[in-house]
Design a protein. Structure first.
Length: 172
């Protein structure tokens, strides 16, 4: 029986930053421990970094609150950033004046930032079972594939040369 690891989320919706710019910061913290992720975001010089830090702190507080409410034993120091996603939100269509009375359309992008933290599984005693008789064995790379591989065809330069000589003789 395998226990599911509890996941705690926080999201900030309709944020006035493009998803591409938010993903640059989110990629830095994905998979890291929570303390390390907070330090990374605190020293990142991107404009979206304070917003990402706020969402990350919210996810940590959600883990702290929900673990007390549900009676779960969650160690906040053992949390890590499981997922960090910036989805695209609605776009605001705007118009900028252009020369000669024309108008230039552009779009202001928004994003929904979602961060989920989870507790790392503790490295404890792991029981290993013997493989069953019905399970297939792992194949070693290169063993069967090298034996069955096609060999390159032999060059046919001699036949081409003789055909060329015969054609020259016939032309004379």
């Amino acid at each position: 029986m395998q226990l599911e690891t509890q996941e705690f989320r926080a999201e900030a919706r309709f944020q006035r930053v493009s998803p591409q710019k938010a993903r640059l910061v989110l990629e830095l913290i994905k998979g890291r421990r929570v303390g390390e992720a907070l330090e990374t975001v605190a020293f990142t010089k991107k404009g979206v970094a304070p917003l990402v830090e706020k969402v990350l702190r919210s996810a940590i507080q959600n883990a702290n609150h929900l673990s007390g409410e549900r009676g779960l034993d969650v160690d906040v120091d053992n949390l890590y950033v499981k997922t960090a996603i910036a989805n695209e939100g609605p776009r605001m269509k705007r118009i900028r004046p252009a020369p000669m009375g024309r108008a230039f359309r552009y779009q202001r992008r928004m994003s929904h930032i979602v961060i989920a933290v989870a507790e790392r599984k503790r490295a404890g005693l792991v029981e290993t079972a013997e493989p069953q008789k019905g399970t297939p064995k792992k194949r070693v790379l290169g063993s069967a594939s090298t034996r069955n591989a096609k060999k390159p065809a032999a060059k046919k330069t001699a036949a081409k040369k003789s055909a060329a000589k015969n054609w020259k003789k016939a032309a004379k």
